[in-house]
Write a protein that binds this ligand. Structure first.
Ligand code: SAM
Length: 291
């Protein structure tokens, strides 16, 4: 690999600039250079970013771009970019667009061929995943679960057979509800890691089955204060390959996401020419094993 050191700030370019998720030392040298030299910094919260820039003795113009004004302000920012200005996009913490504003702006820029340069940097999901001890070769990022129980349960149900490692952001006041719902939809034995206050003084990572984790957090409120990422082991198929082949299992999983179990088993049996009782028994056994 060949390293590059110099940073040329290009005109008519949008820079995506990650900022620390807690520890200020995690800002990159390149982020500081870009934030110092672009024409304008578009920030989710100008007061917040103002303090960050001040800490690093950077003086630059700030422009507010948050979820509620993103579409309207994008037009203005795109005009500035077309006028030759360089702009850095930052959020309050971590990588912009990852559960933060910026998607609409980036999409507009890409559509009209305005150059977008992403800088690598802090992201809570990836930081947590890297230390979770769970498979990191295939993972799926789900952001925050919905606050309403029904919507949350629906999403968890649809993820029941997801075999990739799952990543969620969670807030302390919803954590207990989410853990209860995970148990209802996936059983209590799945391995889960709670990564809290990453990169800060009270950083902690705790891994256990969902039921044990729930017990552990209920013992002490301090165990789930602050910012949280949950990393969950993906579904592991407990099937003898001789009983159900992978395409039968896939049909069953897909149909089961949309239909009641009995109908899903019946249709899968018909499609693959096996008895519906074999399938039904198989699914019930799986569910028993999961609880
Ligand atoms: N853009 C950010 C990123 O790249 O990670 C995420 C922004 S999202 C609005 C904020 C959520 O990210 C928090 O509620 C928490 O779930 C997670 N998060 C951010 N910083 C964290 C940290 N230091 N430790 C654990 N989770 C964190």
């Amino acid at each position: 690999m060949k390293y590059h050191y110099q940073e040329k700030i290009y005109a008519s370019t949008l820079y995506i600039v990650p900022t620390p998720i807690g520890n200020l030392n995690d800002i990159t040298q390149r982020a500081l250079t870009v934030l110092s030299h672009v024409d304008l910094v578009a920030a989710e919260d100008t007061r917040y970013t103002g303090l960050l820039l001040k800490h690093f003795s950077i003086k630059n113009k700030l422009f507010m771009l948050h979820v509620h004004n993103e579409q309207q302000k994008t037009k203005l920012l795109v005009e500035k970019l077309q006028d030759g200005k360089s702009i850095a996009l930052v959020s309050n913490a971590g990588t912009p667009l990852i559960n933060d504003p910026g998607y609409y702006l980036v999409r507009c820029c890409r559509e009209i061929n305005i150059r977008v340069i992403p800088l690598p940097g802090a992201c809570a999901a990836i930081t947590a995943l890297s230390a979770s001890g769970l498979p990191s070769n295939r993972f799926c990022y789900e952001g925050f679960l919905p606050s309403k129980t029904k919507a949350r349960r629906d999403i968890l149900r649809n993820l029941a057979y997801e075999s990739r490692t799952l990543i969620f952001y969670e807030s302390p006041h919803r954590l207990i509800y989410s853990l209860h719902d995970m148990i209802k939809e996936w059983g209590s034995k799945r391995y889960i890691v709670l990564a809290r206050e990453l990169t800060k003084s009270w950083e902690s990572l705790y891994g256990a089955s969902i039921e044990k984790l729930l017990e552990w957090v209920l013992e002490d409120k301090n165990r789930y204060k602050g910012e949280i990422v949950l990393i969950v082991k993906g579904y592991v198929k407990k099937v003898d390959a001789n009983i159900l082949d992978s395409s039968t299992l896939r049909t069953l999983i897909l149909l089961q996401q949309e239909l009641p179990l009995k109908i899903a088993s019946k249709l899968t049996a018909k499609i693959h020419g096996i008895t519906k009782n074999t399938l039904y028994k198989y699914v019930l056994n799986q569910q028993k094993d999961d609880k």
